[in-house]
Unconditional design. Sequence first.
Length: 279
Amino acid sequence: MATYAIGDIQGCYAQFEGLLAMLDYDPARDVLWAVGDLVNRGPHSLEVLRFFYRLGERAVVVLGNHDMHLLAVADGNTKHHKPGDTIAAVLEAPDRDELLGWLRTCKLLHHDPALNFTMIHAGLPPQWDLTQAQACAAEVEAVLQGPQAHEYLSRQMFGDTPKRWSADLQGWERIRFITSCFTRLRYCDRKGALLLKNKHAPGQGTPDDHPWFLHPKRASRAVRIVFGHWSTLGYYTGENVYALDTGCLWGGDLTALRLEDCQAFHYPCPQARNPQDEA
């Protein structure tokens, strides 16, 4: 048995199948973790969703920004719907409600004490340790699975504020901040405020652009974290983190990390899209 964490697939189902073949993956034996962004921009989001849905307990999925975008559009929020989105097949599928209902049950953070790994999609603000991060993730998960889901997804989710964590945050501002961290964060400034517009590779910004995992006051430094979201960062290990978004959609690789021994596997995905267009 092996546990494989898979980087951002984003609807690239053929490449995902190629990676699974490379791994000699057996669904009766192995477990798949997905760091989020199962859908959008690639051509086969519906097939990817169906694959993970059918795996049931043999898969663990955390939500990424594109997965949240799909849920928002499905609830009528088309504010950020773009011409390049490729989620129409999901929205028009006969099993749409079943798939979207399952997607809402996916977590924002998964922690496995036995493997000593925590999985998120994007990042954690420097103020959160693991206990705080777990509690905050549970708050948003409760909203997505409860009666307030439509209000949040259709009206309240999008926005870049608030930018800095405070235990005093309340209501939709608190839920929006937590969502932004788990699904959008790459950089913080020296005071711990989120820099959500920054998408460049490390070293290309200002001295005040701290990758979230390099922030000098990072309270989660002792936590071993696997994440995605950051194709311009690429495969990265260090500071107790493993970054797995290697830009399959943009002509890079689709990456898997075997969690038992931290061996990485990279499946080449020749395409021609610009990662600077990433959202």
